[in-house]
Design a protein around this ligand. Structure first.
Ligand code: PMP
Length: 401
C-alpha cells in the first residue's frame, strides 16, 4: 500500500520536490503551504496592499477587514470566547517571550515557575531568564519512563509558591501528547497561571482552549500550513487583562503625550507596529482549508502513516526510537552512528529530515544523547515518501557501519 495523500495535489511545493528529487520529512520544523494559502497572499498584494486599522481609504478598509477576519477564524478554530482573546505574534517564540515580559510584574522573589524537562528552548529560556531577572525558582517537572511529564511528581512539585505553569502540549522530540488536563488542574488548584505551548499540538487535530481551561495558548502559523512570520497568543480575557504591555509603538496606544501614554487593551495593545498582515490573512486561509477537510480522513491518514513509520523504523537493527510517539513524528538514534553523519547521508540522497538537539538541549542531555534524527510527516505525506526514506536509511547505514 502506498498510502497516497488526497491532499498532496493541493501543495505546489511537491511538484518542485519531485523535480528536484527531494523527499520532505521535516514538517514539524515547518510545513508546506497549500495553493489556497499562496493565493490568499497573492490576492492581498495584487488587490492593493494597505496598512490595517489606520487608514480610512478603501484599500485600508479591505486590508483591515481581511486581517480582522483572520483573527475571527483563529478564535473559532480554537473555540476562544471572542476574537479579542487572539493576539497576533510572529510565532510561538514571540508569544512566550511576550508572556514572560508581560507577566513579570506579578512575580515576587522566591515565587516558582514550573516547566517540564522536555520543553523546547522557546518554552524554557523566556522563563529561565525571567527567573534570573527576578530571583524566582524555576522548577523542572521530571518525565516518567514513557517520556511524559510525570503527573505524580508534578503533584508534589506544584505547590503554593507556584505562580505559573508552562508546558508543551506535544513534545517536538518524542511526539507524545502530554497529560495537560491533569497538569492544568494542578496549576488551577494552586491558583497558578497556565501557559500551553501548542506549537506542535495545534497541528494534530483541533483543540478547544475554552474546554482545556488554560490561561494562555501559543502556536506558530508556519507549522499549520500557513505562512511564517505569523503566530497566535490566545489568552483568556481575564488572563490577558493581567499582562503588562511589552512593545511600544504605533496603534497600541489610546493616548500619548511627550511624557505619558495610555495603552490599548488586548489584542491591539500587544500588536505594536505594522503586523504581518498578509501572513495573518494566509493563516486564515490555512484554517479555512483545514476546516474544509474531512477530519476523520485526516486522522486516519496520519494514523496509517504513523504506523508505517514506526514499523519501518523498527526493522533496522541497532535503531532506537526515543520513546513511543503518538503522532507521525519520531526521533531515533542508531547505535555506533552519529546523528549528524546520518542526516548528512540522508540529505545527500534527497531525504530532508532534521538532526541534532531539536532546540531541546537539556532533554537530549538528560537522555545522554548528543542528538537524534527526527522524521515528521504532514497531511500531504505518503507511504512512498517513507519507502524512499527507508531505502536511503538502509544505504546510509551500510556506508556508516
Ligand atoms: N515549541 C515547540 C514545541 C516547537 O516545536 C517550536 C518550533 N520548533 C517552538 C516552540 C517555536 O516555534 P517558532 O520557532 O515557530 O517560534
Amino acid at each position: 500500500m502506498s498510502l497516497p495523500s488526497p491532499w498532496r495535489a493541493d501543495f505546489p511545493a511537491f511538484a518542485a520536490f519531485t523535480a528536484s528529487r527531494q523527499t520532505y520529512l521535516d514538517t514539524a520544523a515547518t510545513a508546506q503551504k497549500p495553493q489556497v494559502v499562496l493565493d490568499a497572499l497573492l490576492d492581498h498584494y495584487t488587490g492593493g496592499a494597505a496598512n490595517v486599522h489606520r487608514a480610512q481609504h478603501a484599500p485600508g478598509e479591505r486590508a483591515t477587514l481581511a486581517f480582522e477576519g483572520a483573527r475571527e477564524k483563529v478564535a473559532q478554530w480554537l473555540n476562544a470566547d471572542s476574537p479579542y482573546e487572539i493576539v497576533f505574534t510572529r510565532g510561538s517564540t514571540e508569544g512566550l517571550n511576550l508572556l514572560a515580559y508581560g507577566l513579570e510584574h506579578l512575580f515576587e522573589t522566591g515565587d516558582e515557575i514550573a516547566i517540564s524537562a522536555l520543553e523546547h528552548h522557546a518554552n524554557l529560556l523566556p522563563w529561565q531568564q525571567l527567573a534570573l531577572r527576578r530571583g524566582l525558582k524555576l522548577v523542572v517537572l521530571p518525565l516518567d519512563a514513557a517520556g511524559d511529564i510525570d503527573l505524580e511528581q508534578a503533584a508534589l512539585l506544584i505547590g503554593p509558591r507556584t505562580r505559573l505553569l508552562a508546558v508543551s502540549q506535544l513534545s517536538n522530540v518524542l511526539g507524545r501528547w502530554q497529560p495537560l488536563e491533569g497538569l492544568l488542574a494542578l496549576a488551577r488548584a494552586q491558583g497558578a497561571l497556565s501557559v500551553v505551548d501548542g506549537a506542535q499540538g495545534v497541528v494534530h487535530g483541533r483543540h478547544d482552549v475554552t474546554a482545556l481551561g488554560c490561561d494562555f495558548y501559543v502556536f506558530s502559523g508556519h507549522k499549520l500550513y500557513a505562512p511564517d512570520g505569523i503566530g497566535v497568543l490566545y489568552g483568556r480575557a481575564r488572563s490577558l487583562a493581567k499582562l503588562q504591555h511589552w512593545q511600544f509603538g504605533g496603534e497600541m496606544v489610546q493616548h500619548a503625550d511627550y511624557h505619558n501614554a495610555r495603552f490599548r487593551p488586548a489584542p491591539l495593545g500587544f500588536e505594536a507596529g505594522t503586523p504581518a498582515i498578509a501572513a495573518a490573512i494566509g493563516l486564515g486561509a490555512a484554517l479555512d482549508y483545514l476546516g474544509g477537510q474531512d477530519e476523520y480522513a485526516l486522522a486516519a491518514h496520519e494514523a496509517a502513516l504513523h504506523q508505517r513509520l514506526l514499523s519501518g523504523l523498527r526493522r533496522f537493527d541497532g535503531l532506537r526510537l526515543l520513546g513511543e510517539p503518538h503522532t507521525a513524528l519520531a526521533s531515533f538514534v542508531v547505535e555506533g552512528v552519529h546523528n549528524a553523519d546520518l542526516s548528512h547521508l540522508l540529505g545527500e540522497q534527497g531525504i530532508a529530515v532534521r538532526a541534532g538537539q531539536h532546540c531541546a538541549m537539556p532533554l537530549l542531555h538528560s537522555l545522554g544523547l548528543p542528538g537524534a534524527v527526527r522524521v515528521s510527516l504532514g497531511l500531504y505525506s505518503e507511504g512512498d515518501d517513507l519507502e524512499r526514506f527507508f531505502a536511503a536509511l538502509h544505504h546510509a547505514l551500510e556506508l556508516l557501519r
